[in-house]
Ligand binder design. Structure first.
Ligand SMILES: *[C@@H]1O[C@H](CO)[C@@H](O)[C@H](O)[C@H]1NC(C)=O
Ligand SMILES: *[C@@H]1O[C@H](CO)[C@@H](O)[C@H](O)[C@H]1NC(C)=O
Ligand SMILES: *[C@@H]1O[C@H](CO)[C@@H](O)[C@H](O)[C@H]1NC(C)=O
Ligand SMILES: *[C@@H]1O[C@H](CO)[C@@H](O)[C@H](O)[C@H]1NC(C)=O
Ligand SMILES: *[C@@H]1O[C@H](CO)[C@@H](O)[C@H](O)[C@H]1NC(C)=O
Ligand SMILES: *[C@@H]1O[C@H](CO)[C@@H](O)[C@H](O)[C@H]1NC(C)=O
Ligand SMILES: *[C@@H]1O[C@H](CO)[C@@H](O)[C@H](O)[C@H]1NC(C)=O
Length: 888
């Protein structure tokens, strides 16, 4: 340990042996909590962790906030002043420790804290852990803790009068609130284009009193490097003590469980120098042979071995003082921004820099999507069942990376642990989104603490791939989205002060092995070179891009701009009827021009865009008797096909633009409304999510119909082995028949981890009857099918000829009840007599899940698996299955 010279210069330096009492926690969730409003007209049971909307709903004061118009009808809640009062007992023994701290892991947001009517402090960031020394204020016996919350709407408004930063408000159609950028609070809680405003208050994470002597181990960071045949692991423990400017002697050790049931133990005596603020750090360097641990890989590229690491501080008698347990993984990850001509040689695409992730030394294409909070109420956003269901759904469609978007929250430890276990890399934004931000001293000091705590808390997770400063603020500034061009220089200075001068040094000091990217989208190093705000943050030769275009024909491969890394792109669809019906019981609401559905559409012009996209490719007459149901269904087809085409375009472009990422917007939903999500509120998969399972398949034949009428064929290979001795089969089908008109076969090959344009010539420009045919592509290696089917529909489906109404027969048999999870598996056999498009199965009255859906069928028979929690008769499932499909 390096001595702190400052400490040595001080007049009084005591040497202490740390005492031998391990810290004790009194969890305040068990206290008796009451929630009251300002004038006392409401007094109900409170919960910690919890929040005001949840508690008022439980008490019957307000309804389900996601039902009907309740988001707006319950808005008064956010204007009132709420107080949580908790009573709990402590003993004389508890209070005898040197430190008695009141700790809030998360408090939302502006609040005053009192114990026994004595103020102990205030809070102003929901992203910060607050630790208040309450030894003086606490008493033996009963204690009363009171937390009074300022209305977040008023707090934001008051701050904006002094520290205004654009924009003032969200667009009117959001039914939102103003100045959320003034608060260090979930930015989406004042409304977003995919979600309602629910300006929450509450103690959203655990609160507790901690009692300890001398020291507590607050967090541990793990810095892992590969050096030759060893892993070097540097452990840094962040401590808090009861004394300033002292040297404490302790024993610092770590044990790591490695392969073969071995445990490696490391440790040594340390002198701990406490600083003025009573914090201290100790470190331990460990070398681990690469033979005793296996490497951690992203999903689809390998396994995710995790190893238990225990870190201990003990006193000189070997008695543990404080202890932390972590699961760690061994991997390297780099974001490579280097001269693009290294990958692309002498071509126009070679201008600029690459932008790709190298994991364990391999360039890997990042497939996935963007994560928004699991619940719009932060107190419900860490529900483990829901997080688990969303993350395993992501894993199941080959997700290797999720971007945790900057308008939400830093997710729960459970979230990141599941990402570690499932192999889902996390592109972690800091929580700044779509706004300019104030840079007054109070705000910056809040941000400093937030970044320090967030990075030290999350740093050890192998899943975290990089940190990113904000969502879209570089682009917003360059494009004057929120402010006048004349204000550019002011806001640029503020931008640099916040993301560069304040945040960057903290991240780089605490986590030197991860890249801190200042914004998304950005040109990365090139943006930095251009003074942090690039001339064109969407330059296809640099960094990442976000791309949305609702006017073009999204089923056309030729309309998308090139990019090195697509970190956002998407298209809205409607929720399913079943999910909409959880938000309204009124049949009149089930129409696009109902007040209800207007209320739920926050995207200005949103329904028009959906309809226009649909009209380019599908036929839906306004007078159709099932217009609304079809609109919902077709919007999901339209979204699924748009994202299929766009994603495959990006995967193909690995070949000629070195595009190395496709993260679509967005994985999940917070309410029952039109949105860009692939998974509905409640967990149902939209057609997009099923399609993603195919368009993200590790090996895929991916055709591109050019404007000329030629079809290029790419072989996409995300495996570590090359593809050779393989054949691509191209079948030409008449829409009216399940028997191909002709079948052609071509040699196919692709190197490992590549996209390779195949030497295949298919011209459709001289086909006389393009509206009568479609093409199906597949790959066979040694005669065995080794990729999903893929398709080209040369003409818009609304104008094809010969697509007939099918006869569809469904037969269900039971396979088995699985031992591992008790789910019952069924086989669903589907027989058809003609080509069927987007066959969509539902089993509404039973609880389960089809492994695939939205089928394009050019074969008479397929079998699909269905799994359910209930062990029912197969006839019951068969009876409950209904279906939809597309036909003109
Ligand atoms: C007390 O506050 C509630 C909720 O804000 C309000 O509806 C009620 O009118 C108030 N009562 C009085 C007496 O001011
Ligand atoms: C604290 O202890 C006293 C005496 O045993 C008891 O009356 C009171 O209900 C306790 N308070 C709480 C919050 O448990
Ligand atoms: C641990 O290693 C780092 C470099 O990786 C070095 O800076 C530090 O001084 C080392 N610490 C100890 C206690 O040896
Ligand atoms: C790149 O290619 C162009 C034309 O294909 C050629 O004129 C030029 O000399 C090449 N440049 C280098 C550096 O090879
Ligand atoms: C709907 O309108 C179209 C013309 O736009 C017409 O051809 C068709 O017969 C109508 N269908 C019904 C069910 O009225
Ligand atoms: C498609 O099938 C229809 C009906 O059998 C036939 O009239 C048409 O010529 C076929 N088109 C092509 C391109 O084979
Ligand atoms: C499966 O169900 C049986 C009885 O219904 C129960 O005893 C068993 O614990 C369950 N197993 C799991 C893994 O849930």
């Amino acid at each position: 340990m390096k001595m702190n010279t400052c400490v040595l210069l001080q007049a009084f330096v005591f040497l202490f042996y740390v005492n031998n009492v391990t810290s004790v926690r009194l969890d305040l969730s068990a206290a008796h909590w009451k929630l009251t409003n300002k004038n006392g007209s409401i007094a109900v049971r409170g919960s910690v962790p919890g929040g005001v909307y949840t508690d008022l709903n439980k008490a019957g004061i307000i309804g389900d906030v996601l039902y009907g118009f309740n988001d707006v009808l319950s808005r008064w809640v956010a204007y009132d002043t709420w107080t949580y009062t908790g009573k709990f007992n402590v003993s004389a023994a508890d209070l005898s420790t040197e430190a008695v701290n009141l700790v809030f892991d998360g408090i939302d947001t502006v609040a005053f804290v009192e114990i026994n009517n004595t103020p102990v402090g205030s809070t102003s960031s929901m992203f910060v852990r607050y630790v208040f020394n309450v030894k003086e204020q606490m008493q033996i016996g009963e204690n009363v803790l009171k937390i009074t919350f300022v209305s977040p709407i008023e707090a934001a408004n008051i701050r904006s009068q002094k520290h205004f930063a654009a924009p003032a408000c969200v667009p009117d159609v959001y039914n939102g609130e103003c100045h959320v950028n003034q608060l260090r609070k979930m930015q989406a809680s004042f409304s977003w284009d995919w979600g309602p405003a629910l300006p929450s208050v509450g103690i959203w994470k655990p609160a507790y009193i901690e009692f300890y002597n001398s020291l507590i181990l607050r967090t541990v960071t793990t810095h892992i490097k590969k050096v030759d045949s060893h892993w070097q692991l540097r452990l840094l423990a962040y401590l808090e003590s009861t004394k300033s400017n002292e040297i404490l002697q302790a024993y610092f050790s770590a044990s790591l469980q490695v392969e073969g049931g071995q445990t490696l133990v490391f440790g040594g005596d340390v002198d701990i120098n406490t600083k003025e603020d009573k914090t201290a750090e100790v470190e331990l360097n460990i070398t681990i042979s690469e033979n005793v641990v296996r490497m951690w890989w992203p999903n689809g590229y390998g396994d995710q071995p995790l190893y238990e690491l225990n870190v201990y501080l003990s006193n000189s008698h070997d008695v543990e003082i404080s202890h932390k347990k972590l699961l760690i993984g061994f991997r390297t990850i780099e974001l490579i921004e280097e001269d693009a001509s290294i990958k692309l040689g002498n071509s126009t695409s070679a201008k600029g820099l690459t932008f790709y992730f190298k994991v364990n030394g391999y360039p890997l294409f990042m497939k996935g999507s963007n994560w928004i909070p699991a619940n719009i109420l932060p107190e419900l956003g860490s529900d483990e069942r829901i997080i688990d269901s969303l993350l395993t759904s992501a894993r199941d469609i080959h997700t290797a990376m999720l971007r945790v978007w900057g308008g939400g929250i830093y997710e729960s430890d459970y979230f990141y642990t599941r990402c570690d276990q499932l192999g889902i890399l996390v592109w972690q934004d800091f929580m700044f989104a779509c706004a300019m931000y104030p840079v007054d001293a109070e705000f910056l000091s809040n941000v400093k603490t937030e970044i320090e705590q967030t990075v030290t808390n999350l740093q050890h997770h192998p899943s975290i791939a990089l940190w990113s400063g904000n969502n879209e603020n570089e682009a917003a500034l360059r494009g004057n989205w929120y402010s006048k061009p004349s204000e550019f220089n002011k806001y640029k200075q503020d931008y640099i002060k916040l993301y560069v001068d304040t945040i960057k040094p903290i991240v780089e000091a605490l986590d030197p092995n991860r890249r801190y990217l200042i914004s998304s989208p950005t040109n990365g190093l090139e943006s930095e070179k251009e003074g942090y705000i690039a001339t064109n943050p969407y330059d296809p030769h640099y960094g990442d891009t976000h791309y949305y275009n609702y006017i073009i024909d999204n089923w056309d491969y030729n309309v998308y701009p090139a990019t090195r890394f697509a970190s956002e792109y998407g298209f809205q669809s409607m929720p399913s009827l079943a999910v909409l019906k959880t938000a309204t019981k009124d049949h009149k609401d089930l129409s696009l021009d109902s007040e209800f559905l207007k209320h739920r559409q926050h995207h200005p012009n949103g329904y028009v865009y959906i309809e226009q996209q649909m009209d380019k490719r599908l036929m839906l007459e306004k007078n159709d008797t099932k217009y609304f149901e079809k609109f919902l269904f077709y919007s999901q087809i339209s979204q699924a096909m748009s994202l299929k085409v766009q994603t495959e375009y990006y995967r193909q472009s690995q070949a000629d633009w070195y595009t190395m990422g496709a993260l679509y917007w967005q994985l999940n939903d917070v309410w029952q409304a039109p949105s860009w999500s692939g998974i509905e509120h409640g967990g149902r998969w939209k057609m997009l999510h099923y399609f993603a399972n195919t368009f993200f398949a590790p090996v895929l034949v991916s055709p591109r119909l050019l404007l000329s009428g030629d079809v290029d064929v790419y072989l996409l290979n995300d495996r570590f082995v090359p593809i050779f001795d393989s054949k691509i089969t191209v079948e030409f089908f008449n829409w009216s028949s399940l028997v191909p008109i002709k079948t052609e076969s071509y040699d196919a090959a692709a190197e490992a981890l590549s996209s390779k344009k195949q030497n295949i010539e298919i011209d459709l420009w001289d086909e006389p009857n393009l509206d009568e045919i479609f093409l199906r592509f597949s790959l066979k290696s040694d005669g065995v099918a080794s990729s999903p089917y893929n398709y080209i529909f040369p003409k818009p489906l609304k104008s094809v000829k010969g697509l007939n109404v099918p006869r569809i027969q469904i037969h269900v048999t039971k396979v088995k009840q699985r031992r591992v999870d008790n789910l019952t598996e069924y086989n669903v056999d589907i027989r058809v007599d003609t080509v069927v498009l987007f066959l969509w199965l539902e089993a509404a009255s039973v609880d389960g899940h089809f492994e695939d859906n939205g089928f394009i069928l050019a074969q008479p028979y397929i079998r699909v698996k269905y799994t359910s929690k209930s062990n029912m008769k197969p006839q019951k499932l068969e009876k409950s299955i209904t279906f939809q499909y597309y036909v003109n």
